[in-house]
Design a protein around this ligand. Sequence first.
Ligand code: GLA
Length: 383
Amino acid sequence: MESSLVRSKFSEHFGGKPGGIYCAPGRINLIGEHTDYNGGFVFPGAIDKCMTAEIRLNGTVKVRAYAVDLDDYAEFGLSEEDKPQKAWARYLFGVCREMQKRGYEVQGFDTAFSGNIPLGAGLSSSAALESVFAFALNDLLQFGIDRFELARIGQATEHNYCGVNCGIMDQFASLFGKAGSLMRLDCKTLEYEYYPFRPEGYRLVLVDSMVKHELASSEYNKRRKSCENVVAAIKSRHPEVEYLRDAGMDWLEEVKDMVSGEDYSRAEYVIGEVRRVLEVCDALEKGDYDMVGQKMYETHYGMSRLYEVSCAELDLLNDVAKRCGVTGSRVMGGGFGGCTINLVKEELHDRFVGEACKALREKFGREAGVYDVVISDGARRVK
Ligand code: GLA
């Protein structure tokens, strides 16, 4: 569907022979939030919602890009001073520049792209955009870059061209996704493992609060800074510590007086969250979904009260889940808006979704989005 839309828009704008069509998905994350840039574990999966792009080399040193959903067009060169004004075009430009910085000779291309990942919902539409272009250029120009390096190219694009000092989770998930499996990634060693995830009798459902906070990127960067402050303090006593992941609560206690109360709470959340990912993996192996769900609620509490990346709408959705007896529920992704992810028994699904939508409407006048999660493959060529 997406690919036929992109195909017709590409041909309308650029004519001539068709290019290659590629797609890269958004992601969910079962547990392990704000742990990636702390060298901890994450547990994401790619979803069946993608960015799709048609790309054809144009024999120049210019990129000509048409954003179908925005009905917007941009043209830019490939030198640093050609950085486009438009925010969406910077993702494409950043990917090209990061490839060039790594010694690859990127050439000009024409592209039309479109996506069905809800924007600002915490489903990593921006990582999908980076990943689809990184994957496509690597394929078309036969650079032979491995998927981890493609993920790093996407991440560096966020850092250097989009102002978000993100971790590696979203790009990793978009590039490594596998249908029916979640992936546990150790963000320090980059070791990962696929976990088939088909919980009998349960569904994973996302409820979108429809809140899209403007402050998300600056607050995100502040959280990361807090973690770094605490690492620096711990390092003064335990020089081997590289990331918060390397520390336990005992080491955090030792430096309590050296860090601000706020930074302390941030670190307390992260240290707990790294542990929770491992606990959830153990519980999954035993088929203990009640334990998985309990950990999800603990994460929500931590993200809301200690890390302070929730908001009133998300807290309400979490409360409704608890009240309805949903097995697990929490804010997903970076926070400050977007979705809760809910592990809910089949028979409770409809009632919960109904109650959640009603509560959000009555209290905040917002119409929630509801998305069923289908765990899908990562970036690929479509045609
Ligand atoms: C955003 C970032 C990720 C990760 C999550 C929180 O999605 O892009 O790197 O930090 O937030 O887990």
